[in-house]
Ligand binder design. Structure first.
Ligand code: PMP
Length: 433
């Protein structure tokens, strides 16, 4: 039988493996199939159901069957533009918006059509860099420090750009951040914007967790660098609809050439975003005010769980930066290096593997986020609980103040149990005192 040899596989994809987050999910599912209890803190999926109002809109539009405009439905683009105007006072119209099947796809398209280096801080979300590799772009990682909460500092950006001031660059900033949960304050955003403007950087502001800022204090860097910032958002996180696949980019009018070019490639690849999903998304963006309660309770739950989990982890000697939003914690085990070395653990991959097999807690190693493999860090997604039940229970707690430990321990037990197991595992290796 003829066998087609694999030697002609595109060099850019040779050796690449499936996205790390999907891989951990499959590995967890295999352990569950063996009858093991697995705590799924690997994949970053919203624990909350899609709001009923938006589900109803999808139901009502199941019959929509036509191919739609490659840029997205005009009404949806207008709704996204209005939403941005309300949230960050940046002027945007429907013409500035591009809808796609998930913001991840739009990120791939922008890297394809813009010929520039990809610049990303360490740590960063798992897919930016593999996308650049697939396309064949240079990647410049910028180091960040534990004492800066792993946030990109304007001086570091300046240092990189000054080496070759005219070089075209695409910088992706993501806040609240995946994997750390940390966000930028206004001063840092303004200072980063100043550097970006001076070097004419194309800035992709990945604000997919913006609505999940625990104190509802999200600010966009587009307020400080409107002429060079593209804001990325979508339904996956704040609307709990990751599997629906809907993302949106909002461009400054002066970057219409970039939007147009992405739309051309979209027209030759995925054609359009699923019609019923686009119709339902109009409701999500336009009726955002009606979703306020859903978001208030979501933030309340995430904030309380974040506090309880961070405090518990810190009590056993690991470093966890103060998260501001989203549903991730970035745990740094460096202080326990000698102890872990005694157990033969000297890399983040080994750390996560040991945790998964010895405690059943699935997490992702820091190396998936651009960290040096030997840095003993991991990301956990505190999402393994019944989000629908937790939302109902939170709504029944009077007032809008913080939820207490007892709430978290009963309503988000999957996560608190997982953290207890991790802490027990760490303590078992601690020297007797
Ligand atoms: N950016 C970040 C930081 C993410 O965490 C994710 C999803 N995990 C995405 C982008 C992609 O989201 P989607 O394609 O579902 O819009």
């Amino acid at each position: 039988m003829t066998r087609i040899p694999d030697i002609h596989l595109n060099l850019n994809v040779r050796g690449l493996t499936a996205s790390a987050t999907l891989a951990i999910n499959e590995r967890s599912a295999a352990l569950v199939a063996e009858g093991r209890r697995v705590y799924r803190l690997g994949l970053g999926q919203s624990p909350f159901p899609v709001p009923e109002l938006v589900v109803e809109a999808l139901r009502a539009n199941a019959h929509q069957k036509d191919y739609l405009n490659v840029r997205g439905l005009a009404e949806l683009r207008a709704a996204v533009a209005d939403y941005h105007r309300r949230r960050s006072q940046t002027p945007a119209t429907a013409e500035d918006v591009l809808i796609g099947p998930g913001s991840k796809e739009l990120m791939f398209l922008i890297q394809l059509v813009y010929y520039g280096d990809l610049v990303v801080p360490i740590p960063s979300w798992v897919s930016y860099e593999p996308q650049a590799q697939i396309i064949g772009r240079h990647v410049r990682w910028i180091r960040t420090r534990r004492e800066d909460h792993w946030l990109l500092q304007p001086e570091e950006l300046e240092r990189l750009c000054a080496q070759d001031p005219k070089r075209p660059r695409l910088l992706i900033l993501n806040y609240p951040n995946n994997p750390t949960g940390v966000s930028y304050d206004k001063e840092t955003l303004a200072a980063l914007a100043e550097v970006a403007a001076r070097y004419q950087i194309v800035l992709l502001s990945d604000e997919i967790y913006g609505e999940l800022h625990h104190r509802d204090e999200h600010h966009s860097i587009a307020e400080y660098y409107p002429e060079g910032t593209i804001v990325s958002t979508g339904l996956s996180k704040w609307c709990g609809a990751g599997g629906w696949r809907l993302g949106a980019f909002t461009f400054p009018p002066s970057m219409r050439w970039l939007l147009n070019s992405m739309a051309v490639v979209a027209s030759e690849t995925y054609t359009t975003t699923a019609a019923p999903i686009q119709y339902a998304a109009i409701t999500a963006f336009r009726e955002r005010a009606q979703l306020e309660d859903y978001l208030i309770q979501s933030r309340r739950i995430l904030a309380a769980l974040c506090r309880v989990a961070s405090e518990r982890l810190r009590s056993v000697g690991v470093h966890v930066p103060q998260a501001d939003g989203g549903f991730y914690l970035f745990v740094d085990f460096e202080a326990l290096r000698p102890l872990l070395a005694q157990r033969g653990i000297t890399s983040s991959a080994a750390l996560c593997e040991a945790l998964l097999t010895e405690t059943g807690v699935a997490t992702l190693p820091g190396s998936n986020f651009g960290c040096a493999p030997e840095l003993l860090s991991l990301r956990l997604a505190y999402v393994d609980f019944d989000g629908g039940a937790a939302l109902e229970a939170a709504a029944a707690v009077p007032g809008d103040g913080p939820l207490d430990d007892a709430f978290v321990r009963t309503r988000c037990a999957g996560v608190t149990e997982a953290i207890d197991r991790m802490c027990g595992w760490i303590a078992r290796g601690a020297p007797a005192t």
